[in-house]
Design a protein around this ligand. Structure first.
Ligand code: DAH
Length: 336
């Protein structure tokens, strides 16, 4: 009976044990030097000699069972512990890592690079000029005298009476011609500034100017170069037309249109139902401009053109609001 009681209370305690500490406590309680089993074995000496073997056997049997159960339980708890730790410390190497965001080229720069590449492949050099420019280079040398009505076309930021933020890249023409004599063949990409801001205008934007001067330049050269450029940029099938226009620094002047790439010339909102999109201004360099830089107009002829980079970029990527370029919204920029 005594053994059954020991066994029952042990089983109850074993069931309730949840940790190695619990197991160690039970080991001490039942099997330790002063443990229940140990004490019971010691107590055998008080039994009559003929009772000892049966009791001894039963007690030893119980002791082995307890040892066995304890070590099994201990093993089980250790396993649980290991599994728990494995789950906690496990490293799932299939999880995607944290991406480090990497910057990319701005769409305007992507298109600028492309424009530059096309003209460089046609043998054009690159010329640079200041963004804070003298009125003389921005206007006067380009045959736009003070009080000329053509100045109204460009809303100028004046710094002083004689210094402006350049409103166009055309002044680079003048600087380049002052610096070197013909033949000349270059483009000049860069920032320009006008006091204007709405869905298709920003106070700062980009232009690419072009100039070619030599002894035998004709309007056909202009047409050829521009057509090659536009077909490279927009694709072989793009249609191109030249429309008479006016610029003070060219004569004759033209505006260049491409067949609307959105509606393929059918007429849509983007081309204002005309089927055509204006992409640049161009013309034969005005003799006044050559005179201003001391070129002999009886020997030299030239053509010039100027295009807006934002406009080309908007057409290339179907962007409808120019202000997106300068808001620096990462969701917009990371698409390019
Ligand atoms: N500078 C002109 C503008 O900003 C664009 C332009 C037109 C440039 C005709 C040229 C040209 O070189 O020949 O509107």
């Amino acid at each position: 009976m005594l053994y059954k009681e020991i066994a029952d209370s042990f089983n109850l305690e074993l069931d309730a044990s949840n940790s190695i500490e619990d197991i160690n406590r039970l080991k001490v309680k039942y099997l330790g030097k002063k443990g229940i089993i140990t004490e019971a074995l010691k107590g055998m000496s008080s039994l009559a000699p003929q009772e000892r073997p049966t009791h001894g056997q039963a007690l030893n049997q119980l002791k082995r069972e307890i040892e066995d159960l304890l070590s099994k339980r201990e093993e089980h708890l250790k396993q649980i512990d290991i599994t728990r730790r494995q789950i906690k410390e496990s490293l799932d190497i299939t999880l995607p890592g944290n991406r480090i965001p990497i910057g990319s080229l701005h769409p305007i720069n992507l298109v600028l690079d492309e424009i530059v590449d096309i003209f460089v492949s046609m043998g054009f050099d690159i010329e640079d000029g200041p963004e804070v420019e003298l009125d003389y280079y921005n206007f006067e040398a380009l045959n736009i005298p003070k009080d000329h009505p053509a100045r109204d076309m460009q809303d100028t930021f004046y710094i002083t009476e004689d210094i402006v933020l350049r409103t166009q890249t055309s002044p680079v023409q003048v600087r380049a011609m002052q610096k070197s004599s013909p033949p000349l063949r270059f483009i000049s990409p860069g920032k320009v500034y006008r006091c204007d801001s709405d869905i298709s205008h920003t106070p700062m934007f980009h232009q690419v100017e072009g100039l070619m001067v030599d002894t035998d330049i004709t309007f056909s050269y202009l047409k050829g170069v521009i057509e090659v450029f536009l077909k490279e940029f927009f694709g072989r099938n793009v249609s191109v037309r030249f429309r008479p226009s006016f610029f003070p620094f060219t004569e004759p002047s033209a505006e260049v249109d491409i067949g609307c790439i959105i509606c393929k010339g059918q007429g849509c909102r983007v081309c204002k139902e005309t089927g055509w999109l204006e992409v640049m201004g161009a013309g034969m360099v005005h003799p006044k401009v050559f005179e201003n830089v001391g070129y002999d107009t009886s020997i030299y002829k030239g053509f010039a053109f100027g295009m807006g980079v934002e406009r080309l970029t908007m057409l290339r990527y179907s962007i409808t609001d120019i202000r997106l370029f300068f808001e620096n919204d990462i969701r917009f920029l990371e698409q390019f």
